[in-house]
Design a protein around this ligand. Structure first.
Ligand SMILES: Cc1cc2nc3c(=O)[nH]c(=O)nc-3n(C[C@H](O)[C@H](O)[C@H](O)COP(=O)(O)OP(=O)(O)OC[C@H]3O[C@@H](n4cnc5c(N)ncnc54)[C@H](O)[C@@H]3O)c2cc1C
Length: 414
């Protein structure tokens, strides 16, 4: 493995860092102020202005490997760029690289029909609309997606959708025009992984009822937000099904890999930024006659943060490398590993940064409490830690398993 960044990546990193310095960091307060003005669920002026600038600067759609529609970067090349964007929570959208759109665009690119691409992928890639992914349901443990109950039933040339979803991120944003919904087309299929399908549901279809937004530790994440939605006899054309009935899990495997690793790349940026804040504060704040930075406990935490961030970055790069070389399916273990490691690393680093800031750390003043809240959700979103650990553990065991051991293992689980 060669983790030296390519010349193309290095050039883009320089340009992206310059853009962040010139346009994003100076507008961090402006963004918050504009969200707070009037209706919080309306897009901000600053975001739309910066999107135009990013497009003009050629810093647009940097994700999307193996596609003529992207910037032609591999996952490995994209990783350090995504990290830079992740330093400011709302910045990825400026470059049309925000969640959940990147994962959704990859689904449309890989599994959409030419018509789906024309109608939905094109405006998404242009940054004209946004999208949401509706899988999780309030009534069932959705970390096990075979539990999902939402029904997708064929009726002539249409599908009829009935169910309730929650934590559909981005659905509150008026620019969100399309949902990718996972539900069951064949709940009686003996193969539990062939019961589900994914289907495109335009947000303005009759019967789509946004019931409420769900706050994260009190933050509303406006204008993006996370919604609870009722799908009440929602009818869409049969051609809206992605790939075909029963292929939902196959698509989920394809979607969740990139979506997960993008979260990890951004989290590394968020942790770097928090460490930067920790160091600057520790150098200037004096307690008991010396700067907080001179207290050995702080030095220890700074050192440990550096170690943890670099470890997480290397594992992210390895996962990205594997995705490029052997594909998302075979890279599943590395993706699962970093999906556990990155949020836990970021949470620890941010927590130490909060501690160095004293009570100021838990206010909105330094952006650390919001950063912590965001990082905490990623121990749940896109699959809880435990589910990924189970998967990693099983893969590890499978290297040693013999027929006898397999028998003993299976009978112990009955
Ligand atoms: C901010 C945020 C944004 C989100 N965005 C989206 C989105 O856009 N679209 C979407 O569809 N969903 C989204 N989600 C939902 C998220 O993906 C789910 O919350 C997650 O998959 C877990 O499902 P659940 O909440 O039903 O937890 P449950 O399945 O009820 O699990 C609860 C807990 O049980 C434990 N557990 C579960 N399985 C195991 C196991 N095998 N071994 C050990 N312990 C286990 C874990 O501790 C787990 O946290 C989002 C969530 C958050 C917080």
């Amino acid at each position: 493995m060669d983790f030296e960044y390519s010349q193309k990546t290095k050039d883009l990193m320089t340009r992206l860092n310059a853009f962040m310095d010139q346009h994003v960091y100076p507008n961090e307060k402006t963004f918050i102020e504009q969200v707070a003005e009037g209706d919080r669920w309306q897009p901000t002026k600053i975001m739309e202005e910066l999107k135009i600038k990013a497009k003009e600067a050629g810093l647009w759609n940097l994700f999307l490997p193996e596609s003529e529609r992207g910037a032609g970067l591999s996952n490995l090349e994209y990783a350090p760029l995504c990290e830079i964007m992740g330093r400011v929570i709302w910045a990825p959208e400026v470059f049309n690289c925000g969640a959940p759109d990147t994962g959704n665009m990859e689904v449309l690119e890989r599994y959409g029909s030419p018509e789906h691409k024309e109608q939905w992928l094109k405006p998404l890639l242009n940054g004209e609309i946004r999208s949401a992914f509706a899988m999780t349901e309030p009534d069932v443990a959705s970390s096990d997606a075979t539990n999902i109950e939402c029904r997708i039933q064929r009726d002539g040339n249409e599908y009829v959708i009935n169910g309730r979803k929650w934590w559909t991120s981005g659905a509150n944003d008026p620019r969100c025009k399309i949902f990718i919904l996972m539900g069951k087309t064949d709940p009686d299929n003996p193969s539990r992984h062939s019961q589900q399908s994914m289907i495109l549901v335009p947000r303005d279809t009759p019967g789509v009822k946004i019931l409420r937004h769900l706050p994260v530790f009190g933050y509303d994440d406006a204008p993006h937000g996370h919604a609870e939605i009722l799908f009440d006899n929602v009818r869409v054309p049969a051609s809206n099904i992605l790939l075909g009935e029963g292929r939902g899990f196959e698509i989920a495997q394809g979607r969740l890999g990139p979506g997960r690793i993008h979260h990890c790349m951004r989290l590394i940026g968020l942790a770097e930024r928090s460490l930067e804040k920790m160091c600057k504060r520790a150098l200037t704040r004096v307690a008991f006659g010396k700067p907080v930075a001179a207290q050995t406990v702080t030095l220890e935490r700074i050192a440990e943060s550096r170690i943890m961030i670099d470890q997480a970055r290397l594992l992210t790069l390895k996962a990205a490398y594997m995705m490029d070389k052997v594909g998302n399916k075979i890279a599943a273990k590395e993706i699962a590993m970093i999906k556990v490691a990155a949020p836990n690393m970021a949470l620890q680093v941010i927590d130490w940064a909060i501690q160095v800031h004293g009570a100021g750390g838990v206010t909105d003043e330094f952006g650390l409490s919001y950063a912590w809240a965001q990082a905490r959700t990623l121990r749940l979103a896109d699959g809880p830690d435990e589910v990924h650990r189970n998967q990693i553990g099983k893969m590890e065991l499978s290297r040693y398993i013999t027929a006898d051991a397999m028998k003993a293992y299976s009978s112990s689980r009955k």
